[in-house]
Design a protein around this ligand. Structure first.
Ligand SMILES: [Zn+2]
Length: 426
């Protein structure tokens, strides 16, 4: 007897009428019309059941601080960084923990069960590092939180940052971060990439850098990142986040760059909600979108994810932990309305970031963790279109969140009494 059977599921790969059996927190079988009883049954009624959403790029130390101590009037990246500098000395550990836990509650309700968060290590007290390590332990039963040691003010530019970064790694932070385009010179940016990749190689850790978050087509630190990955044999363990300068680069140079990135098996994270609002601010018209070249990078075989980056913080006033919002924006900005491209956008907030985070036991197959989300949608494209309710969210085979199906009631003579924005049947 199974602990739970989820019946009549449509899977992201298109299989329909599938039953998913769970035993001991893991998936025991995935078959149509699975015989046998279970302690608990959930009927998916033909709706989409997906492995959880994964956010490969977030800032949990700043989330939900919008308006503290003031709002970002211009909405620009630079005012956001200045505002974060004002806020940092005022941060209190308990408040960081409370806000992060509140965000994780939202995440679980949205079926987002794994997040890689950068944590600023340029504060001499390393308050946010302590706070998020505490949060990581507290949410572990229901959410995988991975932390990146992020030197927001530049690992070379900010005095003492190398020491603080290595201290954060000693304390248990999982990934080495960086911000080469924020160092004082291109040469310092390249030196920072080299230094940080060497630290990662020495410690056997992955790398995930904010890289070339700029409209400057000559910001080419991703080239150095690919080179150092290759030189140090870190293939498949290094991710470049943002890479917005690639949007503005010369096409000929990009034709050399992308194969170098593919050779190093770099991971790529675009943050469409943030890139579309923060980049191109010096432009008049035409105004650049700023998102990196997602379809071209995918076509070259690189693993590309969409991250949320920010929710209600100095850089972005909106958001509610819905990765489908990030994917929806990425689809539009990248003009990815082809059938395969839309499915790739869904993968960019599920299986692709799961691969970048090296999540263990992710997926819908026997032996995987029974982490599943039932959506009020028929398939991944409808999920992108309607950003639907997460009817049930399961972690290790137990329901951790539910949302009632969302329908609107109509009082129009001769018309249906309800609409739920799914395609009419028949
Ligand atoms: Zn970021």
């Amino acid at each position: 007897m199974f602990d739970l059977v989820l019946r009549r599921a449509t899977l992201p790969d298109g299989r329909t009428g599938m039953d998913i059996a769970v035993s001991g927190g893991r998936i025991a079988a995935v078959e149509p019309n699975l015989p046998g009883a279970a302690a608990q049954e959930i009927d998916a009624t033909g709706r989409l059941v997906t492995p959880p959403f994964v956010d490969a790029h977030f800032h949990m130390d700043s989330t939900l601080t919008y308006g503290i101590p003031r709002v970002n009037r211009s909405g620009t990246l630079l005012e956001g960084i200045a505002l974060w500098g004002e806020l940092k000395p005022q941060l209190v550990q308990d408040a960081i923990v409370e806000r992060a836990l509140a965000y994780c509650d939202w995440a679980v309700a949205r079926g987002l069960l794994a997040i890689r968060s950068h944590v600023d290590v340029c504060d001499p007290r390393l308050l946010a590092v302590e706070a998020l390590l505490d949060v990581k332990a507290r949410v572990a039963p229901y959410l995988d939180l991975q932390l990146v040691a992020f030197p927001q003010d530049g690992v070379l530019r900010s005095p003492g940052a190398v020491d603080r970064l290595t201290r954060a790694l000693d304390m248990g932070v999982d990934v080495v971060g960086g911000i080469p385009h924020f160092e004082r010179t291109m040469a310092d940016g390249a030196a920072s990439v080299r230094l940080l990749c060497e630290i990662a190689a020495e410690r056997g850790l992955p790398v995930d850098m904010h890289c070339d978050e700029s409209d400057d087509p000559l910001s080419r630190h991703v080239e150095t990142l690919a080179y150092e990955t290759q030189r140090l044999g870190l293939h498949g363990r290094v991710t470049g986040s943002h890479l917005t300068s690639m949007h503005s680069m010369d096409n000929y140079y990009v034709s050399k760059l992308i194969p170098l990135m593919a050779e190093a098996r770099l991971g790529v994270v675009a943050n469409p909600l943030i890139n579309i609002t923060l980049q191109g601010r010096h432009d008049t018209y035409p105004r650049r979108r700023g998102m990196t070249r997602v379809p071209e990078l995918m076509a070259a075989g690189l693993t590309v994810a969409f991250g949320h980056d920010c929710v209600m913080d100095p850089w972005y006033p909106l958001g509610s932990a819905d990765m489908l919002e990030a994917a929806h924006m990425g689809l539009h900005v990248g003009q990815m309305t082809g059938v395969d491209a839309m499915r790739a956008c869904f993968a960019a907030v599920t299986e692709n970031p799961a691969a970048l985070l090296h999540l263990d036991g992710y997926g819908i197959a026997p032996g995987c963790h029974a982490d599943l989300v039932v959506l009020q949608a028929a398939d991944p494209v409808e999920a992108l279109r309607t950003r639907p309710a997460r009817l049930a969210v399961l972690r290790r085979g137990r329901v951790v969140a539910r949302t009632a199906p969302v329908t609107a009631e109509l009082t129009l003579p001769g018309r249906p009494q309800r609409v739920d924005f799914t395609r009419p049947q028949g």
